[in-house]
Design a protein around this ligand. Structure first.
Ligand code: CP
Length: 300
């Protein structure tokens, strides 16, 4: 795997390979890389989980991290994404983790010779979030075929919905969406349903953050109405199957997407998702860095 850009690029076998490698590290411990390698994390959009989780993964693998903050870098002088990345490659960085507000920003980076791991591009894709979600579901069920997975919320603006719908369908799960009309969007022919028509049947109830920062200002939005019609209320939680699990990529708008008392309820896997993120990101780094190493060996 040269880069990790989208879930579209990954075959079912590649997804399962990463999940099994992450699970193996979780069960048996982490082996640091056999060579000192350097990484830079470029977050053009804010992040807590993805940024800190990548940093934790990089430290556990024994990597050096070049501190890079957009606000104090020459991005503020107008330097392009390509020139910023080419500069980091030139000074010896071995891999880049990038989050950017522009969909498919990585297309402008095709000429780079170091791997890119996409930490989220606009409303496009969020492959490491999808992989950690898939790992969490796999830990719970051990299979995907026939699982009914409801994704409820701001589908239109969600890179998580896009990545997960594509990947989970590829793995054999049935993905259903629930969303207000203004946040509906066609993704991989996924069916829209009323949350109340399926809540008793789903194996996974995945809630998405309402992404206010991507919404056109001035449009009225009632948090209470949203919670009542699309959120996980106490009433809906009671209707879930015994074995069903609740997921959310976070950050959470408590009381909007999910009743605040359910965030750490027995069915919630929200903090397990974050825990798994570190293992998945170590597996992803291993895969792209090993690909580079293999390529170097082939040329010797
Ligand atoms: N889930 C997720 O991507 O969270 P952050 O925006 O905090 O990275």
């Amino acid at each position: 795997m040269k880069n990790l850009l989208t879930m579209t690029d990954l075959s079912k076998e590649e997804i399962l390979k990463i999940i099994h490698e992450a699970l193996d590290m979780k069960e048996n411990g982490v082996q640091p890389l056999n060579k000192k390698l350097t990484v830079a994390n470029l977050f053009y959009e804010n992040s807590t989980r993805t940024k800190c989780s990548f940093e934790m993964a990089e430290r556990k693998l024994g990597m050096d991290i070049i501190p890079f903050e957009i606000s104090t870098s020459s991005v503020q002088k107008g330097e392009t994404l390509y020139d910023t990345c080419k500069t980091l490659e030139s000074i010896g960085v071995d891999a880049l983790v990038i989050r950017h507000s522009e969909n498919e920003y990585y297309e402008s980076l095709e000429d780079l010779n170091i791997p890119i791991l996409n930490g989220g591009d606009g409303s496009g894709q969020h492959p490491t979030q999808s992989l950690l979600d898939i790992m969490t579901i796999y830990e719970e069920y051990g299979y995907f075929k026939g699982l009914k997975i409801l994704i409820s919320g701001d589908i239109k603006n969600s890179r998580v919905a896009r990545s997960n719908a594509e990947a989970l369908t590829k793995l054999g799960a049935e993905v259903l969406f629930s969303a207000p009309d203004q946040w509906k969007c066609d993704i991989t022919n996924t069916q829209y349903v009323d949350i109340d028509d399926v809540i008793e049947e789903v194996d996974v109830c995945m809630l998405l953050r309402v992404q206010s920062e991507r919404h056109v200002s001035g449009k009225s939005f009632s948090k209470d109405d949203y919670h009542k019609n699309f959120g996980l209320t106490l009433d809906r939680y009671e209707k879930l199957k015994d074995r069903a699990i609740v997921m959310h990529p976070a950050p959470i708008n408590r009381g909007v997407e999910i009743d605040t008392t359910l965030v750490e309820s027995s069915k919630s896997r929200i903090f397990k998702q974050m825990e798994n993120g570190v293992f998945v990101r170590m597996a992803c780094l291993n895969n792209v860095l090993n690909f580079k190493e293999e390529k170097v060996k082939c040329h010797l």
